[in-house]
Design a binder for this molecule. Structure first.
Ligand code: TYD
Length: 138
């Protein structure tokens, strides 16, 4: 059974007394063609987000400000990552179950995505996610 993958992505930083600058270039820093960007903000500190996987979508998640936790499940192993550095992104391949919580006050989460929004790409039920993983190997 082929599992999804999660890896950390480090972006460049131009350090300057006037303020730091980080940039993202399509085709260089992100392992897919960027079709969409979206961001979460005004997130209550006790909020739980995510709770789904994707059939095809790949994403890179950043904490542009503040911090939050990402709980990752590839169908057999679980791990968690704290995002708190705007230079560091978390790449999630397709077929990765993710949950997000422990948002700090004022946290901003930005996501770069490989496809436009498509509700039919979501696996919002954990058993459907496991089934999709099994189907992948048939
Ligand atoms: P969802 O992806 O479930 O949020 P999260 O994983 O961050 O908890 O999306 C929440 C709602 O927003 C859902 O109704 C779909 C809608 N949405 C869009 O319309 N376009 C988008 O690009 C995204 C990411 C979500």
């Amino acid at each position: 059974m082929k599992r999804g993958t999660v890896t950390e992505i480090q972006l460049p930083q131009i350090h300057d007394p006037r303020g730091d600058l980080t940039f993202v270039e399509g085709g260089i820093h992100i392992p897919f063609q960027i079709a969409r960007a979206y961001y979460l903000y005004n997130v209550p500190v006790d909020s739980n987000r995510g709770g789904h996987a994707h059939r095809e979508l790949e994403q890179v998640v950043f904490a542009l400000s503040g911090s939050f936790r990402m709980k990752i499940d590839d169908g057999s192993a679980r791990s968690e990552y704290w995002l708190r550095d705007p230079r560091r992104g978390l790449y999630l391949s397709k077929l990765i179950w993710r949950e997000m919580d422990s948002f700090s006050q004022g946290a901003v989460c930005m996501v770069l995505a490989s496809h436009r929004y498509d509700e039919s790409d979501y696996l919002r039920n954990y058993d459907d996610f496991l089934q999709a993983l099994k189907d992948k190997t048939r």
